[in-house]
Design a protein around this ligand. Structure first.
Ligand code: SIN
Length: 495
């Protein structure tokens, strides 16, 4: 998808207006909330309300869970190729409606249209990949220690799953969970962020058109406090999968303890980006731009701390600064914009506070892009020290703090000095160092000479307080499967 094929005038002027739905999708029906309440959804670039969705409560959520139980019983019995054909058709429809889905996403999330179209394509890769991977769920026979016994290992779907998904990737964080769940034979109730429900609802429209049976994939819209406790407390939900902050993840883990659910937790990060003296500086800058400024810095894998060795520090900062100054900040609907708005006022305040704290403690601005009023300006800060707030907390914005280091040991110690362990990046051309550093970094994702690692075919997830489990790849399907051991004893096998 190139920017030329997109219409930049009015994002909600859709080729297929039926994709924009101001209803929740519960048990195969498009519904209002029982008590009629709604939540407004605003365009983060303008603050204008683009629509409303039902403020569902525990009642609608319970109905969605109950319908999912019924749908899942039939879905798990469907021959696997037929299940996977429905998922494959969902993929086809997502890509056929890529432009409209991108327009909806930009309107509610803010990211530039071309980037939103890129996210739709990224989201679709999970659907396609799991439509194929679902065909490859295998059991096993174990060598039996007894002549009259056979031991078989079977993989079975976990059952009804609930997904609580974030606003930063309104499509991909749903498909990365729903596609493997459905391929495994599970049903899913999705609670999208109240800030970006329309992309989720459009995906549900396409799922329905692809032939998903009623109740298999529900989308319950509204506020977390009204919906979350039912998802975490209802015993029929066998697994909760969540992407969001470590604070909320820890709370959800506690809420799920009472019914001992399986958990998938993609939580916060504090990614280090290491540049060693022997790095290819152009390549490092390219990776830094990709890692730091994707989605205006609002990703849990984006570089939060740049650790740069003394010998390359000035050259890196100069080239990085030039690339940052060239960023084009503005409303995602306008042509040529590369950085959209932050999601809301709280996000803007956090970014401003982090920059102010760093400047007050001795950092300085090495480069800054121009930004219209109300948008966060991308900035490179130098003279940063590890004790500053922006090194200890995830900034979730377009701020690149640079810390100078001297030795490899110092860099590894600094990189690992965080309770988080999601993504890490490093640049070197020395293969011995490449191996040493890859082993030493305590992160679920380690990128050598690349600023991008998330993809459908590889496991994505964190160590330490960055989460539990993996999404993507064969591991991402395994999360939605239970292992059952059949012991058949007393067999007259003739052995
Ligand atoms: C996230 O930030 O939550 C996910 C990022 C990705 O999929 O690359």
């Amino acid at each position: 998808m190139t920017t030329q094929t997109l219409t930049y005038a009015a994002p909600l002027l859709l080729d297929d207006p039926t994709l924009f739905i101001e209803r929740a999708f519960v048990a195969g029906d498009w519904i209002a909330a029982d008590h009629g309440a709604t939540v407004s959804v605003t365009d983060p670039a303008t603050g204008a309300v683009i629509g409303t969705v039902p403020a569902c409560s525990a009642d609608e959520t319970r109905r969605a869970i109950s319908a999912a139980e019924t749908a899942q019983r039939a879905w798990r019995r469907l021959p696997v190729p037929r299940r996977c054909a429905v998922i494959e058709e969902w993929h086809r429809l997502i890509m056929a409606n890529q432009t409209d889905l991108a327009r909806i996403m930009t309107a509610e999330q803010g990211k530039p249209l071309a980037e939103a179209a890129g996210e739709i394509a990224y989201a679709a890769t999970f659907v396609k990949w799991y439509a194929a991977e679902g065909l490859r769920v295998h059991g096993q026979e174990i060598a039996s220690p007894f002549a009259d016994r056979r031991i078989l290992i079977r993989k079975e779907p976990v059952g009804v799953c609930a997904a609580i998904t974030p606003w930063n990737f309104p499509a991909a964080m749903i498909t990365r969970k729903a596609a493997p769940a459905l391929a495994a034979g599970c049903a899913m109730v999705v609670k999208p962020s109240e800030m970006t429900p329309f992309t989720a609802l459009a995906l549900a429209v396409l799922g329905q058109r692809a032939g998903m049976p009623a109740g298999l994939l529900s989308v319950v819209t509204g506020l977390p406090a009204a919906i979350g406790p039912e998802l975490t407390g209802n015993p029929a939900v066998r697994m909760l999968t969540f992407t969001g902050s470590t604070r909320v993840g820890a709370m959800l883990i506690q809420q799920c303890a009472g019914t001992v659910k399986k958990l998938g937790m993609e939580l916060g990060g504090n990614a280090p980006f290491l540049v060693f003296d022997d790095a290819d500086v152009e390549r490092a800058v390219e990776g830094a731009m990709a890692s730091k400024f994707r989605n205006a810095g609002q990703t849990c894998v984006c570089a939060n701390r740049f650790l740069v060795q003394s010998g390359i520090h000035d050259a890196f900062v100069e080239r990085f600064g030039a690339a940052v100054r060239a960023l084009n900040v503005g409303a995602g609907t306008q042509e040529g914009i590369t950085i959209g708005p932050l999601i809301n006022d709280a996000a803007r305040r956090k970014v401003a506070d982090h920059v102010a704290d760093a400047l007050a403690n001795g950092a300085s601005i090495a480069a800054e892009a121009a930004a219209p009023e109300g948008f966060a300006a991308p900035v490179v800060l130098t003279g940063v020290t590890p004790a500053m707030r922006l090194c200890e907390e995830e900034t979730f914005g377009p701020v690149a703090p640079v810390i100078r280091f001297e030795t490899e040991e110092d860099a590894i110690a600094l990189a690992n000095a965080t309770p988080y362990g999601l993504a890490s990046y490093f640049y070197t051309q020395d293969m011995d160092r490449a191996w040493r550093v890859s082993e030493a970094l305590e992160f679920g994702l380690v990128g050598l000479n690349t600023g991008a690692m998330a993809m459908e075919c590889a496991p994505f997830g964190g160590m330490k307080q960055s989460g539990l489990g993996r999404e993507g790849g064969a591991e991402g399907l395994e999360e939605f499967l239970e292992t059952k051991a059949f012991h058949w004893a007393g067999l007259k096998t003739g052995l």
